[in-house]
Write a protein that binds this ligand. Structure first.
Ligand SMILES: NC(=O)c1ccc[n+]([C@@H]2O[C@H](COP(=O)([O-])OP(=O)(O)OC[C@H]3O[C@@H](n4cnc5c(N)ncnc54)[C@H](O)[C@@H]3O)[C@@H](O)[C@H]2O)c1
Length: 327
């Protein structure tokens, strides 16, 4: 297989790239290496991916339509597209909404437009998020629920991305599968996410902020479980629905929400240190709980999240200590 992979220097993209290269596939990776968080971490991920095999890296903005069209035309023998590049992060979308529209709306259009210009109906797998469930209250979140209440610009732009994917299926017959990821964590993770912030503060002996006064819960999903599902999905483009559109959305979650306070306990145990906890209210745009119904994902891709949070956090902590050279 030859896969065009956007967001290769990102957390999930780097894990997927390593897996694809180890499995003997060709990878063309795109990323703009933006400064949302440490560029050094993104470059270190690229260096680590190179240990798994040679790949082509293209530093480019996915929202640059002409550049994407030229790049896809150059690699018109690609067999699949995995689109993970995005402006992620709920909290930052309150400060810089325009970055989210640029990467997640214009970027989504540019990737789908470049793909459809190939006229080959390549299967396009793309990332969405549990955040699209927004203010929905019924748990577990199921792909059958209506999603009309995004509570942050991040979720609004990712929801727009799902609609854009559907439209390309309807207008151009492009087959696409969207995955709503539920709080993905693991080695080489994202410094803007809570587990990474907790580890950073705990090892520096600084207080951690426990949002929602500790009453939140998350369906924490280990990154290698996510990668296995994405790899299975590549070869299984969706069948046409009743109107002939080949677009389907799935949840990828652990199907087992963990209360935030338990989760902090796992991080403490894995690091061998106690946290100084400061209880604070929920931040605007944050959801109280996430919990994925994964029955469709299990049925269609055999997805079975097999990594308990305690073990996944140990893997993360091992990597964190080694990468940041802390004890
Ligand atoms: N990690 C999670 O828990 C989680 C949860 C839900 C959804 N997601 C989605 O999964 C995908 C991957 O997330 P991640 O956690 O690896 O995030 P990440 O920020 O680590 O990776 C995204 C990568 O995309 C790149 N990028 C951003 N804007 C770009 C642009 N305009 N052009 C080119 N590259 C650009 C960034 O430089 C980054 O390397 C994203 O679409 C995100 O919205 C992640």
């Amino acid at each position: 297989m030859k896969i065009i992979l956007t967001g290769i220097a990102g957390f999930i993209g780097s894990h997927l790239a390593r897996r694809l290269l180890r499995d003997g596939h060709t990878v063309i990776g795109i990323d703009d290496l933006n400064e949302y968080y440490a560029v050094s971490l993104k470059r270190d991920r690229l260096a680590d991916i190179a240990r798994a095999g040679a790949f082509e890296f293209v530093e480019a903005d996915i929202a640059d339509l002409e550049r994407m069209k030229a790049l896809f035309a150059k690699h018109s023998d690609a067999t699949h597209i995995v689109h993970l590049a995005a402006q992620a992060g709920v909290r930052y979308s309150l400060d810089r909404p325009e970055l989210y529209v640029h990467a997640n709306v214009m970027g989504q259009v540019a990737i789908f437009e470049a793909a459809r210009k190939l006229n080959r109906c390549l299967h396009l797998v793309y990332a969405s998020t549990s955040s699209v469930y927004g203010a929905n209250r019924e748990l577990p979140f199921s792909v059958d629920q209506r999603v009309e209440t995004p509570v942050s610009l991040y979720s609004a732009t990712k929801l727009a991305g799902e609609h854009i994917a559907y439209t390309y299926g309807h207008l151009h017959g492009l087959p696409a599968t969207g995955f709503r990821f539920f709080t993905v964590y693991g080695p080489w993770g994202r410094p803007d996410m809570s587990y990474y912030k907790f580890a950073t503060a705990i090892t520096a002996d600084e207080p951690i902020l426990v949002h929602g006064f500790g009453k939140m819960s998350r369906d924490f999903t280990y990154v290698e479980d996510v990668v296995s599902c994405l790899v299975s999905a590549l070869e299984l483009p969706p069948a046409p629905d009743t109107t002939g559109v080949r677009h389907k959305i799935y949840n990828i979650g652990n199907n087992h929400p963990t209360p935030l306070l338990d989760f902090i306990g796992f991080v403490e145990r894995a690091l061998g240190r106690k946290a100084k906890r400061t209880l604070v209210p929920v931040q605007p745009g944050e959801m109280i709980s996430t919990y994925a119904d994964i029955s469709d994902t299990q049925r269609d891709f055999g997805f079975a999240p097999s990594t308990p949070v305690e073990l996944g956090i140990e893997e993360f902590a091992r990597w964190f200590k080694s990468y940041h050279q802390v004890n």
